[in-house]
Design a protein around this ligand. Structure first.
Ligand SMILES: CC(C)(COP(=O)(O)OP(=O)(O)OC[C@H]1O[C@@H](n2cnc3c(N)ncnc32)[C@H](O)[C@@H]1OP(=O)(O)O)[C@@H](O)C(=O)NCCC(=O)NCCS
Length: 232
């Protein structure tokens, strides 16, 4: 296996990062649920999805920890990981966070005006946000907050070769040094819960996202500092 480097996402990496996310999530259960891929009038719009992901990437570069994995000497993005830093439960939102939230919202609105909703079933997005808020309120017991793994993908041809482990380690090492917990929501039980178990994450709670019987499950997982591998 050639040398893989994990580095902060740069502007030039964004098209490659968007492509990697789209490829790795092409058949993702959450994506298939939240985007209407069947109705020709409201079909999934890959261009709109790319614009939306680009906005997310730029927001993540400023506000989160956004990493890309690339083979040494190559510009091809093999993996992407986006984390949100721990937020203290009792800390009010800063002016900067507030401005950044508005900026994200305004960018998303202008994108919607340009492309339309692109198949996003907005109601389902809010069903997920509600299930997520409920899960986090019961699972997030540490008032210092959690490193929240928001996106983690490795392109299909590079999966199973240690790229995910290297991207994971870049932040779990930091969390371990600070004695902080990590959190993620997996959209698959198999094999992802086993894979995340190898990094020390243990299954914590099921999120049921139910739109009148059309339902999916997500799997909330937590990793304590210096956790050893877990069987999930
Ligand atoms: C999940 C994902 C990010 C993992 O990255 P990866 O580069 O494939 O993982 P690695 O090769 O670093 O393997 C990590 C560990 O999981 C194990 N593993 C890998 N694939 C596995 C599988 N299919 N079943 C069980 N264990 C597996 C590896 O053995 C390794 O453990 P070890 O280092 O202790 O031997 C990647 O497979 C992926 O992008 N999948 C599709 C998109 C996705 O589902 N993203 C997550 C959304 S929640």
């Amino acid at each position: 296996m050639p040398t893989i480097n994990v580095a902060a996402l740069a502007e030039a990496d964004i098209p490659g990062a968007v492509k990697a996310i789209q490829e790795a999530f092409a058949d993702d259960p959450y994506n298939n649920w939240v985007f209407d891929k069947s109705n020709p009038c409201t079909q999934f719009n890959a261009q709109r999805n790319a614009a939306s992901l680009g906005i997310r990437c730029r927001w993540g570069m400023r506000n989160g920890i956004f990493h890309v994995a690339k083979e040494e000497g190559s510009d091809q993005v093999l993996g992407v990981a986006c984390w949100l830093r721990p937020q203290k439960a009792d800390k009010p939102q800063s002016w900067n966070d507030w401005l950044e939230d508005w900026k994200l919202w305004l960018n998303q609105v202008s994108m919607n005006l340009y492309y339309g909703r692109g198949g996003l079933i907005v109601k389902r997005y809010y069903i997920w946000k509600e299930a997520q808020a409920q899960a986090q309120s019961s699972v997030w017991t540490d008032p210092r907050g959690y490193y929240f793994l928001n996106i983690m993908v490795v392109v299909p041809e590079a999966q199973g070769k240690g790229v995910g482990r290297q991207m994971m380690k870049a932040v779990t090492d930091q969390a371990d040094a600070e004695g902080m917990n990590c959190y993620l929501e997996s959209s698959r039980d198999k094999p992802n819960m086993q894979i995340y178990g190898r990094f020390g994450f243990r299954f914590a709670k099921e999120l049921e996202c139910d739109d009148h019987g059309t339902a999916i499950k997500l799997f909330a997982m937590v990793r304590e500092p210096n956790a050893s591998p877990q069987d999930n």
